[in-house]
Design a protein around this ligand. Structure first.
Ligand SMILES: [Cu+2]
Length: 268
């Protein structure tokens, strides 16, 4: 049988897409690294798992492609029946994946346990989801308020408002009363809802948790001491017609500024 030269065509589209990659660097698909240790750990785990999966894909699909090309019928390949019952080989391809899975599970479980560890929290805020706004209550302090879509966004979103949403700053991501928290402090959030299921999600914190009527879910975040600022999120559980219009805004202040803010709120 004649030996044919194998020529793999390089898809022109792929080359074009790769060449265009730097041009769309801001077209980010990956997780944000975030502003807390937990969020960076989640990012690190995500990248580790991604690379492990990629390596497995390269090896397995590579072996498959090699076998398809090298042992194809046109090259006179004959089926090898000796491999079909090879306990040693079967053991090998059972043990290797098990070891890989254990290797992935061990670092992951430790981090999941840390996510669930609410001990040592210094501030507790009860978060209640409503159709369609959030309510924040600083437990043990006389501070509680509703947080709803900013008027600027609310006006612009009305049908026939004549306002160009692109002209509204932080369109649909701005609220009237943001949640104010201290940086460098372990903050525990108690999440519940008053009507249907909502979910409280701020991507930069690397955390999202459901707010369910009749249940209290917990989550915690410690924002880096050197990262005060404004962090935005959204309700992440389809909760009705205005699900897209109940954003979350968290303003992280240095502890001293936060204490002053809290006292000011209490005296009002
Ligand atoms: Cu909601």
């Amino acid at each position: 049988m004649p030996q044919r030269n194998l020529k793999l065509p390089v898809p022109a589209g792929l080359v074009a897409a790769l060449a265009a990659l730097p041009a769309r660097a801001d077209w980010a698909l990956n997780l944000p690294r975030g502003v807390s240790e937990i969020s960076r750990e989640a990012y690190g785990m995500h990248m580790l798992m991604l690379w492990i999966c990629l390596a497995i894909a390269v090896v397995t699909f590579g072996a498959m492609a090699f076998a398809l090309l090298r042992f194809r019928r046109s090259r006179g390949a004959v089926a090898d029946t000796g491999l079909v019952d090879s306990p040693r080989l079967e053991l090998l391809w059972t043990v290797i994946p098990v070891l890989i899975l254990i290797g992935m599970a061990v670092p992951a479980v430790g981090k999941i346990l840390r996510i669930e560890d609410m001990s040592g929290s210094e501030l507790t805020i009860k978060v209640t989801g409503y159709q369609w706004q959030w309510h924040y209550e600083y437990l043990g302090r006389d501070v509680a308020f509703f947080s709803r879509l900013a008027r600027s966004s609310d006006f612009a979103r009305q049908r026939g408002s004549g306002i160009d949403p692109a002209s509204v700053e932080n369109y649909l991501l701005e609220v009237d009363h943001p949640l104010v928290v201290p940086t460098g402090t372990k903050i525990r959030l108690l999440l519940t809802a008053n009507d249907v299921i909502h979910a409280w999600w701020v991507p930069e914190f690397g955390m999202k948790r459901d707010a369910i009527p009749g249940f209290i879910n917990e989550m915690w975040v410690t924002i880096d001491a050197d990262r005060p600022g404004t962090y935005r999120g959204q309700c992440a559980e389809l909760c009705g017609a205005d699900h897209g219009f109940m954003p979350i805004v968290v303003v992280a202040k240095p502890p001293a500024e936060f204490t002053a803010w809290l006292q000011e709120q209490e005296s009002e």
